[in-house]
Design a protein around this ligand. Structure first.
Ligand code: GH3
Ligand code: MG
Ligand code: MG
Ligand code: MG
Length: 312
């Protein structure tokens, strides 16, 4: 019998950092040659709301890293094909997984052997038999910390949108995918109009509130598959996969009109802010940087023609 442990407090904390996405369950990969031990660990974690995948053959780990994308690894130490310690050393050398927490689970009671395991860069060493509360709390706190750090690394701290580096990476990936699949891809560069005046008239913190409000509106108005980043100051980049130029224009126009109708307040005054947008699309533009350049030129035209408009 496994007594469930309430994971909601930890998940709510994660959720509060992630404005839109639902807090999804943590994903834990369990590697143990002993089937019953692995099953037991899995049941304990699943009872706490954690998603697990179990493998008995450590040589399958690399494949599972790519496929299951685990947020934490639970390794047995003694396995016939390859020790958990060797496995941890391999994982720690992979750029994408340097930050993934590793917990060892073993019958090993000798402190010196445990330390040797931890020196691979692993995070904790739990001894079998498994104590459910100990296992769940060790997994929870480490998975939560890793997820939070990952979140902070990819986000802009003011708006919670993707930061510049990440939106550029997502643009490049989306472009490669569109090219491979011969699908449409649109990109919108959005810049708030006369934003300097907002700061000058109402103060910088009011300007910040406008940026946050606009970011929220963007996220609400776009599809789950659209990617939004803060490109710089009051400039935003939206990547719309599988979207024609014409459709992207409709979407961004809807954002523009909704934003123009949004009222902000500062020292009792009511005001609104407008935006200008430039949109470009693949295949008309033939490269990722070509898309950016074309969107930039269109944005410049939108400004020149009087702002508060979208140009493709
Ligand atoms: P335009 O319509 O031509 O885009 O005019 P603009 O005033 O928006 O353009 P400009 O590039 O001259 O000014 C952008 C302003 O945005 C200046 C800068 O202080 C402000 N800004 C950039 N980042 C932030 C921020 O994080 N918070 C606040 N409050 N203001 C910011
Ligand atoms: Mg074993
Ligand atoms: Mg501006
Ligand atoms: Mg600007």
């Amino acid at each position: 019998f496994v007594k469930p442990i309430d994971a909601s407090a930890v998940l709510n904390l994660v959720d509060s950092l992630r404005p839109r996405e639902e807090a999804s369950p943590f994903r834990v990969l369990i590697v143990d040659d002993d089937q019953s031990q692995a099953e037991y660990a899995s049941i304990v974690l699943e009872q706490a709301g954690i998603t697990t995948r179990v493998i008995h053959d450590p040589t399958e780990v690399l494949e599972q890293l790519a496929e299951f994308n685990p947020e934490l690894l639970l390794f047995d130490v003694y396995m016939p094909q390859c020790s958990g310690i060797e496995l941890a050393k391999i994982v720690r050398q992979m750029d994408n997984y340097v930050g993934v927490p590793i917990i060892f689970l073993s019958v090993e009671r000798e402190r010196i052997r445990q330390l040797e395991a931890l020196q691979t860069g692993a995070d904790d060493f739990l001894t079998k038999p498994i104590r459910p509360k100990e296992l769940v709390s060790s997994v929870m706190i480490r998975a939560w910390r890793a997820r939070t750090l990952r979140w902070l690394m990819v986000r802009d701290s003011l708006t919670g949108l993707f930061n510049h580096a990440v939106i550029m990476e997502r643009l490049n990936n989306s472009f490669a995918l569109a090219q491979r699949q011969n699908s449409h891809l649109s990109v919108a560069m959005i810049d708030l109009d006369h934003f300097k005046r907002i700061n000058d008239n109402y103060g910088h913190s009011t300007g910040d509130r406008v940026l946050i409000g606009f970011s929220r509106l963007l996220r609400e108005r776009l599809r789950e598959s659209d990617v939004v980043g803060r490109y710089g100051g009051e400039e935003f980049l939206v990547v719309l996969p599988d979207t024609t130029l014409e459709h992207a224009e409709l979407v961004i126009e809807a954002v523009r009109t909704a934003f123009a109708k949004t009222s902000f307040t500062a020292n009792g005054a009511l005001f609104s802010v407008t935006l200008s947008a430039g949109i470009a699309g693949f295949p008309r533009s033939g490269s990722a940087s070509g898309l950016l350049d074309a969107a930039d030129i269109a944005l410049y035209k939108a400004k020149e023609q009087g702002r508060n408009r979208t140009i493709t």
